[in-house]
Design a protein around this ligand. Sequence first.
Ligand SMILES: Nc1nc2c(ncn2[C@@H]2O[C@H](COP(=O)(O)OP(=O)(O)O)[C@@H](O)[C@H]2O)c(=O)[nH]1
Ligand SMILES: [Mg+2]
Length: 455
Amino acid sequence: MAERDTIAAVATAPGIGAVGILRISGPRVPELAPALIGALPAPRRAHLARFIDTDGEVIDQGLALYFPAPRSFTGEHVLELQGHGGPVVLDRLLARILSLGARAARPGEFTERAFLEGKLDLTRAEAIADLIASGTERQAKLAARSLTGAFARRVDALLDALTRERAYLEATLDFPDEELEDGLDARAQGAIADLLQQLDTLLDSARRGERLRDGLLVVLAGPPNAGKSSLLNALSDSDRAIVTPIPGTTRDLLHADIDIDGTPLRVVDTAGLRLSPDPIEQEGVRRARAQIEQADLVLWLIDDAETDQVSEADADLGIDLTPATSLLRIRNKIDLSGRAPGRLAASPNAAVEIACSATTGAGLDALCAELLHRVGLGDGANMGGEFSARRRHLDALERTRAHLHAAHAASTRHQSPELVAEDLRLAQECLGEVTGVVSSDDLLGKIFSEFCIGK
Ligand SMILES: Nc1nc2c(ncn2[C@@H]2O[C@H](COP(=O)(O)OP(=O)(O)O)[C@@H](O)[C@H]2O)c(=O)[nH]1
Ligand SMILES: [Mg+2]
């Protein structure tokens, strides 16, 4: 393998701060250090050092830390310089290091090297980026759990179980006449059903983790004047949307990013769905429908004080909901209708509705609670073992599931163990993509390019 080059980057955020950190990683660190700071520091000890320019001038003075390979973040030799956090001084220092033969690091390149050196798996590497990008406390907590391996450990456990089952099946292929043959199918079926169940549990957790990472898309929809724009304002505690008694006020999509108990939600206000001769409003309605199709949750608002809107409640909404989208009916304006605020269900089996008032705020607590509950993130949700996840992970887990299903079906139909074993092999490969046991250069490029420089 060709020797890697040595990379350098400022690791602290651009701008002015008390401290600015510059990182260097790669095989040339030991030879760079004497020219840069006078000597190679003793490993893992903080040294006060002068950072010296080509002409011997002092650029800055600060701490130098040396982490020899393999005991460093990247697994390579790493030198970290902690100087003062000004953009000019850090630029000069970086220029000096580059003049000594290092190369400017690409975004995520330190973490990518850590992955390639086997210091962390992909879920942990991705969790670093997620932790940095966290917008709510809940996101940060889940990313920290993935960073410490909560996700990877569960994938590894399942991968182990899968490997064992595959090994067992393949052993029987090598000894076809042994008594193993008897009861083999029943055994394999049981074992694969077990694997499927474990995978489903993992997939559930990953789905919740992904929802929390990316935030949920909640779309406000319904007839004009039901109070959608008022509800957006009430939920976001702002005055974003124009509210008037004139039907058809909202045409553009408006959104507000809100945080309910640390759960990130993007709430989108849409034009009221109605037939209108006005081309601008027609376009608004078209955009509203497109948003509804993408929503995780549609809040269908009606004016509880308007009897014809209420009687229309069970009529065709004229919208196509994908199976993944859930719909929650909201009866708004209860300050006018006199209905009590909160959760209501006409009968035990009827869909839950929420009665509230966007104007007085009555019932909004119940709305927020129901909203979280609907997406599996409510109070009752067991978040103990949770972690942050991405769409990429869900994809891989879903493909794993399809192969496990095929393996299960093959064993139920008493097909040859070869076929079952082959499906298990494919399942194993898909599952391995999650942590990066199996990975392509394309995938790695995509993941690490999303990082900031210096990480
Ligand atoms: N009394 C009362 N009026 C409301 C409530 N929500 C909205 N409105 C009024 O209903 C009208 C239409 O509201 P708006 O939010 O623009 O409805 P949209 O067309 O669905 O966006 C406005 O005059 C609002 O002030 C509510 O909960 N109670
Ligand atoms: Mg509106």
